[in-house]
Ligand binder design. Structure first.
Ligand code: HSE
Length: 428
């Protein structure tokens, strides 16, 4: 007897599972308390099947998912197709058929996780997805298990390997955006459509899942503000460096008095912040909590073997639970009623880069606008004017989202001001 697995998809991550099964077989079998066998693999069509066989993959490839769903010997279905459909339908059918499911699909879990978790509970089966957030970093199980006695107050994360890789190459090595993206795709980091990576959408999906594990609350993906790396200009990067900051795409999930908030945005990180040194494809999740204090979980957020390691860990956990007869336990048992933070309570410092006419009185106009909203400046920098306009950079003291919107509206109303960028700044 062995535990039989049906794989849905045989892309980058899925093809890393056989490596671990063979290279670490003794430990995997001992931990699973049984052999794990990839019984069937769903691929798109005969062309893909023939290509994979020709490349030396010796599996029972099928092109109809029913061959897996109707196979009563298969106890664990592993979905590694990505995106919403057909993954959502296939997982739903697998759970309905009483199969345990492992997935790395953050898009699906962030948007439809609630219904799939409820279905798994109803059917008494497992639905695990450690690899969905920060691929090779075991952050979800850490939050669910090791931090169970702690109260998390904020989670900050460099959650997208592709954009972090691109930013690192562009800033440190002067690569173009296009070259950085092309290399990220060649290395298998980027999604097939990299929009989600570079626009902060992929990180926002992960922030939704982190909010469930860290705060027990499910934030609707639609309410997560997200801004990507495409908005960052070389001037922003240069000013950040001059002022002692590094810009990174950061997911920020925190609980304030009125509730929980999540957003993803390019963020000025003080150079000494632990997240500032997270480079290339690496991810990190920085957790602030009342017990541990500050802790950071660091590792590869994408890539074949790291992600496959997390997927296989879920499979092994399910196998053990099958043996123990308690497979229906939810992945995350921490659930509270969701309370969304009031924008007036969500506070941060901000960087404003504004082009103003090169004539007297402009700083005074800016001071009036910020002052009217009760916002004070921490640093102000005016760059050498080019004859017609000058770039004014302001770093504010803390202001709320409500104040931010009011200031922004006032700035936008000045027809001769050009707001080039507004970015969050981390720090005291
Ligand atoms: N495209 C994702 C990233 C893969 O670059 O982080 C892991 O979700």
């Amino acid at each position: 007897m062995s535990i039989k697995i049906g794989l849905l998809g045989f892309g980058t991550v899925a093809s890393g599972i056989p490596f671990l099964l063979s290279e670490n077989s003794e430990k995997v079998v001992a931990a699973s308390r049984d052999e794990l066998e990839i019984a069937k693999v769903l691929v798109k069509d005969d062309e893909e099947k023939n290509r994979l066989i020709a490349a030396g993959n010796d599996y029972h490839f099928v092109t109809n998912v029913d061959e897996i769903l109707n196979d009563t010997d298969i106890q664990i279905v592993v979905e590694l197709m990505g995106r919403i459909e057909p993954a959502r339908t296939f997982i739903t059918k697998a759970l309905e058929a009483g199969k345990n499911v492992v997935s790395a699909n953050k898009d699906l879990i962030a948007t439809h996780g609630k219904e799939l978790i409820a279905l798994a509970q109803e059917k008494g089966v497992a639905f695990y997805y450690e690899a969905a957030v920060a691929g090779g970093i075991p952050i979800l199980r850490t939050l669910a298990n090791s931090l169970t006695s702690d109260k998390v107050t904020r989670i900050l994360g460099v959650l997208n390997g592709t954009s972090n890789f691109m930013m690192t190459k562009m800033v440190d090595e002067g690569w173009t955006y296009e070259d950085a993206l092309k290399t990220a795709q060649e290395l298998g980091y980027a999604e097939s459509d990299p929009t989600n990576d570079v626009e902060g959408i992929d990180a926002a999906y992960k922030a939704v899942i982190l909010s469930q594990f860290g705060f027990g609350m499910t934030i609707d993906f639609e309410t997560v503000e997200h801004k990507g790396i495409t908005t960052i200009t070389p001037d922003d990067v240069a000013v950040a460096q001059e002022l002692g900051y590094v810009i990174k795409l950061v997911g920020d999930v925190r609980e304030v008095e009125s509730g929980v908030s999540a957003e993803v945005s390019p963020t000025f990180l003080p150079k000494e912040h632990p997240l500032a040194s997270v480079n290339d494809v690496m991810n990190a999740v920085f957790v602030e909590s009342i017990g541990i204090g500050e802790s950071m979980y660091y590792g590869p957020g994408a890539g074949q073997k790291p992600t496959a390691t997390s997927v296989l860990a879920d499979i092994i956990r399910i196998s053990r639970r099958i043996k123990d007869g308690n497979v229906g336990k939810p992945f995350n048992e921490f659930t509270l009623e969701t309370r969304l933070a009031n924008p007036a309570d969500i506070k941060a410092k901000y960087y404003f880069a504004i082009n103003v006419p090169d004539k007297k009185g402009q700083i005074l106009r800016l001071a009036d606008i910020f002052n009217a909203e009760d916002v004070s400046f921490e640093q102000v920098l005016q760059q050498k004017a080019n004859g017609t306009s000058a770039r004014v950079v302001i770093i504010t003291h803390e202001l709320s989202k409500t104040q931010l919107e009011a200031v922004n509206t006032q700035l936008e109303a000045q027809s001769d001001f050009d707001v080039v960028n507004i970015l969050k700044v981390l720090g005291d």
